[in-house]
Design a protein around this ligand. Structure first.
Ligand SMILES: [Zn+2]
Length: 52
């Protein structure tokens, strides 16, 4: 079963790949926001803020 997270930016539902691991970076398909997976059970993540 694939876990899902809600994008902190646009509230889009991001489906995590089956093989996703702690520390992986997942990108929101809608707005491009990147999140880092902190834990999987339960799923916790943090938003990566890109420095400009
Ligand atoms: Zn998004």
């Amino acid at each position: 079963m694939n876990e899902k997270v809600i994008c902190p930016d646009c509230k889009n539902e991001i489906v995590l790949a089956e093989e996703v691991m702690v520390g992986d970076i997942v990108e929101c398909g809608e707005c491009g926001t990147e999140i880092e997976i902190l834990s999987l059970n339960p799923v916790k993540f943090c938003e990566l803020v890109e420095e400009k």
